[in-house]
Design a protein around this ligand. Sequence first.
Ligand code: MLT
Length: 275
Amino acid sequence: MELVLPDLTMVFDDVGSGQPILFIHGFPLNREMWRPQLESLSAHARVILPDLRGHGDSPAPPGPYTMDMLADDCHALLQTLGIKERVVVCGLSMGGYVTLAYYRRYPQSVAGLVLTATRAAADSAEGKVSRDRAAEQVREDGPQAIIAAMLPRMLSPHTYSQNPGLVTEVERIMAKTSQEGMIAALMGMKERPDATDLLSQINVPTLIIHGADDQIISIGEAEVMHRAIKNAQLVVLPHAGHLPNLEQRQLFNKALLEFIAKLADRSQAGDGQLR
Ligand code: MLT
């Protein structure tokens, strides 16, 4: 499906009914990375999967794509779909940065947060230099430069040795990101503000999921969020790297389904507590 607004065109899937869950993909990926979640969760919930601007099938207008802008795009999508109830927002990595921006901007529309393979901190000075270097490489050599640099670090050693088909699939998904989209997202991530101050203000149930072998965002970042967010739950998945939803799809889906079930109990009990 396609959302067409005067300043935004966004391709998305909207499948199932019940509790809406907005899945926000990472960089340089697209909504296809959530296929195992679409297949499993859409029997229990309404699964909404956008391709962020510049990624997948959505066009790439000029950047930079700030995390606030990407959060606003997602909000515009939910508004246009007429979703009145509060949503669960599940973001992975860059999608997690967007999730935190979404919560900062629209806290009243959020029922729960799922923060996967992500962090609250801004880029370090060194990280910002790497973003510039990466953008330069994409300008000179095309998207393949980033794919070649990231693919060997995206997954756990276990996945590389036991599931080469998944490595090929991730490479295929990454290859759908355009040159303009990659540069604009890199520049947006570079300028994202630190969200650490937000963590103690989060007052919705929060599930943090991280791969034990994540080489892109360390497990320490998940632990920081776990300590700072009230009553947050941390699930660390073994033999998973930066894409735990693909590498450990059953365990990931189980954690998510349990989280959704607890949210439903909580809203029935009306007592604001996760059991
Ligand atoms: C992602 O997976 O979305 C990116 O690796 C995040 C980042 O580069 O900070």
